[in-house]
Design a protein around this ligand. Structure first.
Ligand SMILES: C[S@@+](CC[C@H](N)C(=O)[O-])C[C@H]1O[C@@H](n2cnc3c(N)ncnc32)[C@H](O)[C@@H]1O
Length: 492
């Protein structure tokens, strides 16, 4: 088995149920026995489990190659250093889109087509989403990119798979047509700032020219600075219709911010990982383009790397008149990403706003950690926070979580000491509850690395029956206050 059983259990809980790997994670021994090129990368640790060195790019690339071949019948390769996708993780996004397409929240696929058609923004050298979508579900795709290396290799990857090559078009984004952010800007391409080819290819795109007028600028400081190649407007052809677009955007503003995860090596060049303004600028531009293209796509979707950006982008979507906004969460190891989807089609179902439903999971970002403070220190603080109020609290270092059991009396103590409620979480109760209405409560708190210095802390109520509405929210918010006072001094 490739992973520890606890870690596997947690990933399984967050892996899409139709994902091939949700019940059968990759079996390195089996793959090594079938693929002699993979065998040299597999070694056996003290507990007898087969492993690979995740910090070795050649090992992760060979794993992706053999998984795509063994499980999906695909031939695939990428040059050294290019972003190497993990197949189980990328499959989750495909299955989430499959759910969106089959849901009846908005009208189903247009009657004139029986094959779904998607647009993969930034398909990369790996062309992973079109390859998976076409081979798993028979979807048609346009995969766009602007770098020569991405276009050349995406094309090679498509041609190496003749059984699906008819389904996939690799489309060059024309760099001479700089992106514009609104109809007004679109009237005069480049009027309010453009980026030169050379600048962008160095990963240092600079916006030149005057800034757009205030009414065209994004609120909350997001979206500023994207001066890169066009994304949808100018790339989608007149009259083209798609069921969805998807995007794994360049998440970072600088290569330093991208950092290098010392535990894995998945490659990734500046052009793949970085864009001016980071992911918020990139996705904001997709939102702006969607306002222009509106019903040319049934669903617009993108991956989002930071929860703080997700919140701002959701507000933006309501502001621009999206009829539906949906989110999901993708977890892989210690990495947590979100899926954001929206549409301008009239909703065929009434959707309750999320705060109407009782929450059984909550999360917050813990920012501003010092170099010497690790995720493990935060977990120890969580454990001692609950121990100090007499709860049973157990740190599980293998899966980076703390399991907590609080008695009814302890829940009540927390409620009594509650001083302040109602930040950005939905708090449903504000008063102290009589003890006889409370039950024991079981919850688990996990932490995930976001970027250096920032962690995501998640709480999950482990029982189906929620003892008293809102108690969990209050308890989790108190934990948030406690951790922020210890680790995020000066950041509120
Ligand atoms: C993070 S990589 C994602 C690659 C691949 N889709 C994956 O999931 O591994 C982002 C890709 O977007 C491309 N890109 C950046 N700006 C773009 C734009 N305006 N239009 C199309 N592709 C773009 C980059 O060249 C890069 O290949």
């Amino acid at each position: 088995m490739a992973m520890g059983s606890k870690k596997r259990k947690r990933e399984r809980a967050t892996t899409h149920p139709r994902n091939k790997y949700s019940d059968n994670p990759p079996d390195f021994s089996l793959l090594a026995s079938k693929y002699s090129t993979f065998a040299p990368y597999v070694f056996y640790s003290g507990d007898g489990r087969p492993r690979i060195d995740w910090t070795d790019f050649n090992a992760t690339r060979e794993l992706t190659r053999v998984l795509l071949h063994h499980d999906h019948g695909l031939n695939w390769w990428i040059p050294d250093g290019q972003l190497c996708p993990t197949v189980p993780n990328r499959s989750n996004y495909i299955h989430w889109i499959e759910d969106l397409l089959s849901s009846d929240i908005i009208p189903k696929v247009q009657a004139d087509r029986n094959t779904a058609k998607g647009f993969d923004i930034g398909t990369g050298t790996n062309c992973i989403y079109p390859l998976l979508g076409a081979s798993l579900l028979g979807w048609k795709f346009v995969g766009s990119d602007f770098t020569d290396v991405a276009l050349e290799w995406a094309e090679k990857n498509v041609k190496s798979n003749p059984h699906i090559s008819e389904l996939i078009e690799v489309r060059r984004v024309n760099m001479e047509n700089p992106a514009s952010s609104s109809e007004e800007l679109n009237d005069e391409p480049g009027k309010y700032g453009q980026c030169t080819d050379a600048d962008f290819n160095n990963g240092k795109a600079v916006v030149i020219g005057p800034s757009p007028p205030a009414h065209l600028q994004m609120p909350s400081g997001i979206g500023k600075g994207y001066g890169g190649p066009p994304i949808l407007v100018g790339v989608v052809k007149d009259g083209e219709k798609f069921d969805f677009c998807m995007c794994n955007p360049p998440f970072f503003e600088t290569i330093e911010e991208a950092g290098l995860n010392p535990k894995t090596s998945c490659g990734g060049t500046v052009q793949e990982m970085v864009c001016p303004g980071g992911e918020s600028a990139f996705i904001t531009r997709i939102i702006e383009d969607s306002v222009q293209l509106r019903q040319s796509f049934r669903w617009y979707t993108s991956m989002v790397g930071r929860k703080a950006n997700l919140k701002v982008l959701i507000s933006k979507l309501w502001e621009v008149g999206a009829t539906i906004v949906k989110t999901t969460e993708f977890v892989q190891g210690q990495t947590c990403r979100w899926g954001l989807a929206w549409s301008f089609l009239p909703a065929s179902k009434k959707i309750l706003p999320p705060h109407v439903a009782e929450k059984n999971n909550m999360s917050f970002m813990l920012e501003g950690l010092q170099r010497h403070q690790s995720a493990f220190d935060v977990l120890q603080s969580v454990e001692s926070y609950f121990c100090n109020i007499g709860a049973s609290s157990k740190l599980d270092s293998a899966s980076f979580k703390v399991d907590v059991t609080l008695s009814a009396e302890q829940c009540n103590t927390i409620l009594k000491t509650q001083t302040q409620i109602g930040t950005d979480q939905d708090i449903l109760i504000s008063a102290n509850c009589p003890s006889d209405q409370l039950n024991d409560m079981h919850l688990c708190v996990s932490v995930f690395q976001q970027i250096p210095g920032t962690l995501l802390v998640k709480g999950l109520l482990l029982q189906k029956e929620i003892p008293v509405p809102g108690v969990f929210s209050v308890i989790f918010q108190q934990l948030q206050e406690d951790l922020k006072s210890k680790f995020s001094k000066g950041i509120r």
